[in-house]
Ligand binder design. Sequence first.
Ligand SMILES: C[S@@+](CC[C@H](N)C(=O)[O-])C[C@H]1O[C@@H](n2cnc3c(N)ncnc32)[C@H](O)[C@@H]1O
Length: 351
Amino acid sequence: MCLISEYLAEESQYPLFIQGNSLDILKKISDNSVDCCITSPPYWQKRQYENGGIGLESTSNEYIDNLYKVIEEVRRVLKPSGAFWLNIGDSYHNKSLQGIPWRVALRMIDNGWILRNDVVWNKHKGGFTPNSDRFGSVFEDFFFFVKCDKYYFDADSIRSKPRQAFVKNGAVISATGVSGIRYKRQIELSTSLSDVEKTNALTQLNLTLERINRGEISDFRMVIRNEQRTTHSDSVKLSGRARELKEKGFYFLFYNPKGTMPNNVWEILPEDTQHRKTHFAPYPEELCIIPIKSTCPKNGIVLDPFSGTGTTMKVAYELGRKSVGIDLSDEYIKLARQRICQKSKNFLPFP
Ligand SMILES: C[S@@+](CC[C@H](N)C(=O)[O-])C[C@H]1O[C@@H](n2cnc3c(N)ncnc32)[C@H](O)[C@@H]1O
């Protein structure tokens, strides 16, 4: 029997909460049934949660072994197109940072998970406070894993709003102020480009400015041999860009007219520093928005096997996705249900 099959068949998008040990509960959920898992397990030796649970092991190896059992169940219940977002913090032991996030991530990679990004959640505050003999730490890892190399990813849903090109003194200027004048001058004065290369570069530059004028692109950059600094390899064997520079003397970078994708440093203040009326969770709602929008389709289902006060479920509900939250603590589940206006389904006492 699949524990969530009835829920999946329903039209309602209120979350389903299940109280119990996530390893036991996950075993009752069918293979390939959820689209996206977002979770923050208890960190090692940080906090005593109700009813014990993960995190109280006497060694970090034991903790990682226990957590890994849950991670493998998550892999089984995730659809092949699914994504797994894992927020995990580190711990100090005998004065040494334990490297727990990466020890978990490396074990996952060794076992076939594909790590697409290590997103740095820059909390700015909180974390480990500075000591007289070490620095403070204000970031946590938020790993973006997938099961298979082809997976659901809606990039357009998370692009920032594109800035528009504009006209100034009769000239078309790109969204970030590029008018082409500087590039034209660099091409004309270049001692590195041949006459033919200069003609080609100027022609392509004019065509690009016309495309901006027509609104086909909002921004671009031009890289001209020996004029702009590049970050790619200089080796023409390793880099297509280096080959273009060698063969043509220039290349263009075009910005997506639908907007730019976020990078892998997310600036989000921790929940308890955001001066909200109610403070529920160590994990802010903002952290779940990009993962849900980009990796859970509209009719999809989000899972959080350590759902705590239900932050993942709340954001999933607000973004119109179904979700299943599992937590050992019935107190937390009650809180989570209150937080989602009591609209969520009654929690299922696990048989
Ligand atoms: C870091 S908190 C999650 C916080 C959550 N992201 C939120 O926004 O409130 C970890 C949660 O894992 C739960 N937990 C610990 N061990 C568990 C287990 N074996 N099975 C299910 N839940 C567990 C704890 O009760 C706690 O609520």
